[in-house]
Design a protein around this ligand. Structure first.
Ligand code: FUL
Length: 498
């Protein structure tokens, strides 16, 4: 009997060890990395942050009670009869103008600090549907529908600070008003890309007639875990800007990001940060908000759009510096964008096409001094850089950083800009690079030497070093990019030349 038990025990032990060995094998096979992919350099973006970053350039539409009072920050006691659009605001006109400007989407302000809501909300009487208008007002619905129709991304700005609500500053505001408003908005459309929760949080206001100062601690007051949860259940790709901490304020409202701009950052920093932090431990990419007109965020009589050159500069200094650009164009009291705005937006779209629309790298011969050893199903060759595919990338071996990429053409090309894009799924890496141009393919001249630091999602280098002077460009037969320093082996998925 004992013998039977001991042989059973032996059998059990041997099958155990066989199984463990098999598991061990399995693990080591997984770790083998058959594609020889480089290890990530943390932090890395979430899928949602990555999709958000690809929106690059989008509109901001400030419209609401302030449009009719001439204020920038309503106190919250504005009479409902002041809101007087002659017909439903023409959201399709806004979105079409954004599309013509070369933008990929936009964000509509549907509740500013005055607490006035532009949709039939159940949360407050202070909304556009109690103004005695002969039509229903539902801006988020109209805006989402217009965006979906025109193939544009869309999102909403909802001010956490509410100077109208009697509840503001108390728990009831967060539970009964703010979270519900955010959930109501998450119902509109199918794929919101961003909710902007403004950083202005508390101060004086009407507050249901109390007319006092109410301050809150924004880091705890808004119940962010529940807020994020309810939004993401409905809109999984919606980045929560501001409260929510999925994208950071670039630190100015003047349309520029730092020449060096890291997406990593240390903490939920709401303060200015034009540069990010090389050693930051969380992915916190920069968004730059700027006014496309010469007065406020809201429409004001006598305003005009900024010059084309200024707007183009904003673009180069934000999208071209690893940030997104949200550019504001306010609709006026008719609920439409003024003619001059529409014209300027169209001109901007044309200029972007003219200057950054034809990628000369696509028909260049491209070579690299270093190439990572190929894996079973992946190569890291230089031709991945101009194959129009963001999922293939060029890389070097793990211990190799210094490397060059050379583009050349049979006939000379006139060039103004070089754009680089890192494969940020595996982290932002490059710290410094050099760009040189050559007229004959033999003698090289360095360009824009003071600007070639970080790359990130996208970096556009004006070869003459200027974001305001387009100049005549350079006639070249070749361009050489040298990676000088990087946190780990550099990974680029696209090089473009314009
Ligand atoms: C700021 C707000 O206080 C302004 O009114 C505007 O909405 C701007 C975009 O954000 O913080």
């Amino acid at each position: 009997m004992r013998k039977i038990y001991s042989s059973l025990l032996m059998l059990a032990l041997s099958s155990f060890s066989l199984e463990t060995m098999a598991q061990g094998n399995l693990i080591s096979q997984t770790l083998e990395n058959p594609d020889n992919e480089p290890a990530p350099v943390f932090p890395v973006p979430s899928a949602r942050q990555l999709a958000w970053q690809e929106t690059e350039f989008y509109a901001f539409f400030h419209y609401g009670m302030n449009t009719y009072t001439g204020k920038e920050w309503g106190y919250g006691n504005e009479s409902l009869s002041t809101f007087r659009p002659p017909k439903h605001p023409n959201c399709e006109q806004w979105v079409q103008a954004a599309k013509d400007a070369g933008m990929k989407g936009g964000i509509a302000v549907v509740k500013h600090h005055d607490g006035f809501c532009l949709w039939p909300t159940k949360t407050t009487e202070h909304n556009a549907n109690n103004c005695g208008l002969s039509f229903e007002v539902n801006v988020p619905k109209a805006y989402a529908e217009a965006s979906e129709k025109l193939g544009m991304k869309y999102g909403f700005y909802i001010s956490p600070w509410d100077r109208n609500s009697a509840h503001y500053g108390k728990d009831t505001y967060v539970k009964e008003v703010f979270l519900k408003q955010a959930s109501e908005l998450a119902e509109y459309g199918h794929d919101q890309f961003e909710m902007w929760f403004d950083g202005a949080n508390g101060g004086d206001g009407y507050y249901g007639g109390a007319n006092e100062v109410r301050n809150i601690d924004a880091s705890t007051y808004y119940d962010v875990p529940n807020l994020a949860d309810s939004i993401h259940k409905m809109q999984p790709n919606c980045v929560m800007w501001g409260v929510g901490d999925e994208a950071r304020w670039i630190g100015n409202e003047a349309g520029w990001a730092g020449v060096t701009n890291w997406s990593p950052e240390y903490k939920p920093a709401r303060g200015p940060n034009e540069n990010g932090n090389e050693n930051g431990w969380r992915w916190f990419p920069g968004e730059s908000d700027a006014k496309g007109t010469n007065m406020g965020w809201f429409w004001h009589a006598g305003e005009s759009p900024r010059s084309l050159n200024e707007l183009f500069k904003f673009y180069l200094e934000t999208v071209g510096r690893n940030a997104t650009l949200i550019l504001n164009f306010p609709p006026d009291q008719s609920g439409e964008l003024p003619k001059a705005t529409v014209t300027r937006m169209k001109e901007l779209g044309q200029l972007l096409k003219e200057r950054l629309g034809t990628d000369l790298a696509l028909d260049a011969k491209i070579e690299a001094s270093e190439t990572r050893k190929a894996g079973a199903k992946r190569t890291y060759v230089a031709t991945n850089l101009n194959d129009n595919d963001k999922d293939t990338y060029w890389a070097t071996d793990d211990d190799v950083i210094e490397s060059t990429i050379t583009l050349s053409w049979d006939a000379p090309k006139t060039v103004h800009y070089v754009a680089l894009m890192e494969y940020i799924k595996k982290g932002q890496r490059i710290k410094s690079f050099t760009i040189e141009t050559s007229q004959d393919g033999t003698n090289w001249t360095p360009r824009a030497t003071d600007q070639c630091t970080t790359v990130g999602y996208k970096r556009i280098i004006p070869l003459n070093g200027s974001t305001t002077e387009y100049g005549n460009g350079y006639s070249v037969k070749a361009i050489r990019i040298t990676i000088n320093d990087s946190k780990a082996c550099p990974l680029l998925h696209t090089v473009s030349v314009f």
